[in-house]
Write a protein that binds this ligand. Sequence first.
Ligand code: ADP
Ligand code: MG
Length: 599
Amino acid sequence: MRPLAHLNKFYWKYRWLFIPGLLCAVGSAIFSLMVPMIVRQAVDNIPIFVRVYAPLSDSSVAESLHGSFFTTLLLYGLIIISLSLFSGVFSFLMRQTIVVASRHIEYDLRNRLYDHIQGMSRRFYIDNSTGDIITRATSDIEQVRRYIGPAIMYLTRALVIVVTAITVMFIISPRLTLFAIIPMPFLAVAVFFVAHLVHKRSDELQKQYSSLTTLVQEALSGIRVVKAYTREEHEAKSFSRESDEYRRRMLDLAAVEAAFRPVFILLIGMSTIIVVWVGGRLAMEGAISIGNIAEYIIYVALMTWPVAAVGFVITMVQRASASMSRLQEILDSEPDVTDGSQTDTSIDRVDGRIRFSDVNFSYKDGQNVLSDIRFELDAGQMLAIVGRTGAGKSTLVSLIPRLMDPTGGTVYIGGKDARTIPIAVLRKAIGYVPQEVFLFNESIDNNIRFGDIEATESTVEAAARNAVLFDNIMELPEKFETMVGERGVTVSGGQKQRTSIARALVRAPEILIFDDALSAVDTDTERRILRNLKTQQGERTLVIVSHRISAVQDADLILVLDDGNVVQRGTHDDLVREEGLYANLYRQQQLEEEIEAIA
Ligand SMILES: Nc1ncnc2c1ncn2[C@@H]1O[C@H](COP(=O)(O)OP(=O)(O)O)[C@@H](O)[C@H]1O
Ligand SMILES: [Mg+2]
């Protein structure tokens, strides 16, 4: 229950919906509880009428007596209808307030969660899988919403109905009441177990459904691989296996739900039989009237659903509580990279100087992915980082925009400790092209503009020209408005990379980082992009990660990284003269070029 206490502030926020809502719940319950009392009076009128009518049946007043009796019954009928009408109106208002409030809370909660998730740093995304985060944002919030709205509504109504009905019944006849409510606890317990089972099985169903969709999603997005390896039949078989399992679980759930109704009806039936049996004897003794029996039967019927609801509500609360604690886990987690007390808010811009001072980094305790990285760059210089896959190049460059903070040492940007620069200022100064290209399902224009929403058309165009993308765009059906990404036109890996480069260029950053951002373009295009960058470089600092010597040979400083250590450093001319990784790489790539030239 404790995690649900976090919701109290929401109840308070929407108190002007909850308070009237709960009052309506009480009102609706009271009106429906008055119906049995009227029925009792109507029924009790029947023997009175019979007694009065019988001796006078032959006389002249018989007809008017008959008429007035029916008028009386009609009146009772009208009262019952109006009471039900009032109860219905209140029940409508109760839903309109409480369910609406629960939707508001769901909305608030979801927005808060999303804001929070967006604010989390990279480490959070390394620790939590996307699927897990999405589940929390969807089904966990839904569980909590169900608790906020329906659970509270049912519980209030149930409480009012059960307490009032039992009190009234007790006043009429304690003995009959005790007998009549014997099946009730069984009902509550039975419903609790059934609800538990229903929830457990729907969870299993849900899980199976996700694994089914994952399977389909993989098979469809990997359709080229599936076809190339002629694995269609295999894929179809795994689908029907998963699908079979889904059907089985669906039937399991249907069986529980089907069993629920008969049990429910059986228990109500038992109550009714007991009332008629015991009540009939009491009526014969003159302890109660026949009308009381009718009243009791309606009370018992009125109580069954609320009692059953309590069983449901208990499992709802349990689930909501578990969901809320999962949500709270995210909401309570603090991003490890934030503006904090060390931030110097007077800094509003930084230049392109970069200095790493004995920087260490580890993803997990103990294993250093970067060890004692040390270098210094002036604004307008070019740094190149080369090294094998897994050497730590991507990790190193991601420390510059503070996607993560070093576990040891300090990164200085523009001469200041990066941790003292407001994050927005730091990132505004940096154009970062990550190793994995990501394009949104948007037009090319919007994808480039993502780097700077306020960029003018000519800036976007210039960025596209510098990324050697402009001519390609002009060949597309709708030019800059062409949709790319999963739902748009298919663009090549190289075009995607260049879109991603244009996105970084449009920011006109002080520091431009290419994390292997030229891997999918040919050497000729690479040369043109680098030449464009060079001619417009000015004070802009370039950091280029590449495995191609051709891309890095003009750098002011080249770092050769191996297993997180800088094993060689210098300019191209220095490094080709040294025996080592760089010279090996250089010779190998020269050989490749010569072979290509001959062929
Ligand atoms: N998210 C991560 N969690 C744990 N280890 C990681 C993660 N990302 C990278 N690593 C490890 O850090 C090392 C350096 O990776 P990376 O910086 O991507 O190298 P490079 O870019 O040079 O290929 C590798 O050993 C890799 O396995
Ligand atoms: Mg990398």
